[in-house]
Design a protein around this ligand. Structure first.
Ligand code: IVH
Length: 677
């Protein structure tokens, strides 16, 4: 009897391990979350009743264990060094020239990797099983965080079996990270629970890893990429690129943006590429790590006290700098919400002079204890508005001044209302005809993703409202060239161009139109989802909250905001006037009907590898919309295999079975043609 249960435990342990790897490392699950949870529940029950059937690499270890009194310390077999920094191409050339000289070799090949902004961790595997995890600590000795590391879903608890014999010892090093979306969710939940928030994803990852109670760590969205090794016994490696390949085959997550076999010129080109990719990645990177690829060369170059001579970190320009908050002003947004803004001593952050940073709302100022005169750490990343991360309390002189939210609108002087939403509080000017709000609403209405009227920038909008030439959306479509030409910085020619741009914006898709209206909780995505559900504006205006909520991706907040927007009489008049001024709205519904034909209709399709243009789940949805049946395994019945980058065995299988293979380019071209996405 016990034997039977033992076998069941072993089978569940194995299957859950496989499914977890498919989900967290390959991003290619084959069972649903519910099925996974049910299997895990069954295994937990068995292991609770028969602890002898548990094992250190069981998936149940992912949920954490009772708290420790303190962390133990462990000395690393090989010190975990840090890296020297390079700040420009010159520094990188110097690094290369030194290598050429010391190795007496001209064409050194490098591997270049994203420098992940997280927490360095070492994982130790004995005969294939994870037995210890440590933090970097001071490089020589770190803290033992084994139970916490086991909760990280992408960390294998045991190595994948391979044809080769498993190494008796394998120490793997990498960076534990939290992705930006996970970080935002985590902080949002912490605000709701009235807990302190983390300053950035790295701090959140570090804080989560250093929990004495691993059950808390298990609730944190930790992730990991590995990038190197410590001590190894029973496996011989020749190059860093081979190391990464082998680690991947053992089941470790290796970053997909690593490039190998690069000459120094290629390394510098790749740096630019990586820098332009930086903001679109879902996790934070702060530079590129350049490593001499050949391990014999690495040994020959050796190490200094704190850093190796065979690698260098080519940092991206800083995105965080300190500055002084000279003043705090208040801006009125499109919905009337007041946003406090810090006026800063101008500071150059990564090539852009920043003199303002958003402070979000009154609560945020209180939480971060921000005062006028404070020295503050300011962050600017990509296109996002600069913000104050924290103030530097140790630099306070005592002359700093507390900020007080005004009780009247700084623009129209009407009384401010405090509106409680969830646990945060918004200060709002509720006067719908407040000129500040109108200006912002008009700016949104004509912006790129809405009516996209070229030449109608901020300064012109401000004048149009101040001169009473525009009091409502519809007035935009009645603007005449001669009147426009009377405005500041508006010559006859630009006035004519503007009138032309307004005229051609009058034909607009339903999606853009809905977005342009600036309905609460209705951004680009919600507008798109709604526009795909209804064929015309009237149907949207008449839709009940329930019908709106039935749309996948539309939550109750958006549904009710849309509903109340369209039930408001004033809004109905505004829309009537817009249409009356000559605007026509086109449908966004897919042109595909039951009878229409496309190459994917009624076809069996398998997706594999990484697509650059969209996640696989989106590709699946698109294909299904086109009438395809998307399956996971290749068989003789499969019509197409759509293969992204880094496709594995499925391509071979498809070739063997004579299944047609489409690469991403062909796939997106075909979908674009038939779906118009
Ligand atoms: S290699 C001796 N590769 O950067 C080699 N490190 O300043 C050192 N890091 O402590 C590590 N991404 O936490 C390496 N792709 C990468 C990395 C990386 C981030 C971190 C790591 C290390 C620090 C060194």
């Amino acid at each position: 009897m016990n034997e039977k249960i033992k076998n069941k435990a072993r089978r569940l342990q194995k299957e859950l391990t496989d499914h977890s790897y498919r989900y967290h490392v390959l991003d290619d699950p084959v069972i649903s979350d519910v099925e996974y949870d049910m299997m895990l529940k069954e295994l937990i029950e068995i292991e609770e009743a028969f602890p002898e059937f548990s094992r250190p690499d069981s998936p149940t270890k992912r949920i954490g264990a009772p708290p420790l009194a303190a962390f133990k310390q462990a000395t690393h077999s090989i010190a975990m060094l840090s890296l020297d920094n390079a700040f420009d191409d010159h520094d990188v050339f110097d690094f290369h020239k030194r290598n050429v000289k010391n190795l007496n070799h001209e064409n050194i090949l490098y591997t270049a990797e994203p420098k992940l902004d997280g927490v360095a961790v070492e994982l130790k595997y004995e005969n294939g099983t994870l037995v210890q995890a440590t933090t970097r600590g001071d490089g020589v000795t770190g803290e033992v965080i084994t139970k916490n590391a086991r909760t990280i879903r992408s960390v294998p608890l045991k190595l994948h079996r391979r044809k080769i014999k498993l190494p008796s010892l394998l120490e793997v090093r990498g960076e534990v990270i939290i992705t930006r979306p996970d970080f935002n969710r985590l902080n949002k939940a912490r605000i709701e629970n009235e807990e302190s928030i983390f300053a950035n994803p790295r701090n959140a990852a570090a804080g989560s890893l250093r929990q004495l109670d691993s059950r808390i760590t298990a609730t944190r969205p930790l992730d990991m990429f590995v990038y190197g090794t410590g001590l190894i016994k029973g496996l011989s490696l020749q190059s860093h690129s081979q190391t990464l390949d082998e680690l991947k085959k053992f089941g470790f997550p290796v970053n997909p943006y690593i490039k190998t076999g690069l000459l120094i010129e290629d390394v510098l080109k790749f740096y630019k590429e990586l820098e332009s990719l930086r903001d679109s990645l879902s996790y934070e990177i702060d530079g590129m790590v350049i490593k001499v690829d050949q391990l014999s060369f690495q040994r020959q170059l050796g190490e200094k006290v704190k850093s190796p001579r065979w690698a260098v970190a080519y940092k991206f320009p800083a995105v965080q700098k300190t500055s002084v908050i000279r003043d705090i002003i208040v801006q009125v947004g499109r919905t009337g919400a007041l946003t406090p803004v810090a006026i800063l001593e101008p500071v150059n952050i990564g090539g852009v002079v920043v003199s303002r940073a958003t402070l979000h709302n009154e609560d945020e100022i209180k939480r971060k204890d921000i005062r006028i005169g404070d020295k503050a750490l300011v962050v600017r990343a990509g296109d996002v508005i600069p913000k104050v991360v924290k103030i530097i309390r140790s630099e306070r002189t005592g002359t700093e001044v507390l900020f007080e939210m005004p009780d009247h609108c700084p623009v129209c002087k009407s009384k401010i209302e405090k509106i409680k939403q969830d646990k945060s509080c918004t200060n709002k000017c509720v006067n719908a005809s407040c000129p500040a709000q109108l200006k912002e609403r008009i700016r949104h209405f004509v912006s790129k993703k809405a009516f996209d009227i070229d030449g109608l920038g901020k300064k012109i909008v401000v004048q149009l409202v101040d001169e009473n030439m525009v009091q409502s959306f519809a007035d935009i479509f009645l603007l005449e060239k001669d009147k426009l030409a009377g405005l500041d910085r508006m010559a006859q020619k630009s006035a004519a161009n503007l009138v032309q741009a307004i005229e051609s914006s009058k034909k607009i898709s339903l999606k853009r139109f809905l977005y342009a209206l600036g309905i609460d909780h209705t951004g680009e995505n919600a507008a798109k989802l709604i526009s795909q559900r209804f064929s015309n504006l009237d149907d949207v205006m008449n839709a009940s909250g329930d019908i709106l909520e039935e749309i996948k991706g539309i939550g109750p907040e958006t549904a009710s905001a849309v509903r109340s927007f369209f039930s408001n009489l004033e809004n109905k008049i505004i829309i009537k006037n817009i249409i009356g001024s000559g605007v026509t709205i086109t449908s966004d519904q897919p042109v595909i009907t039951e009878s229409s034909d496309n190459p994917f209709r009624n076809k069996r399709i398998v997706l594999t590898g990484t697509l650059q243009s969209m996640p696989r789940s989106t590709a699946k949805k698109l294909l299904e919309k086109l009438g395809a049946n998307v399956t996971s395994g290749i068989s003789a019945k499969t019509d197409f295999l759509i293969a992204g980058e880094k496709s594995g065995s499925k391509v071979e299988k498809a070739k063997k079975k004579g299944v047609k293979i489409l690469d991403e380019k062909k796939f997106t071209l075909l979908v674009k043609e038939y779906d118009g996405f």
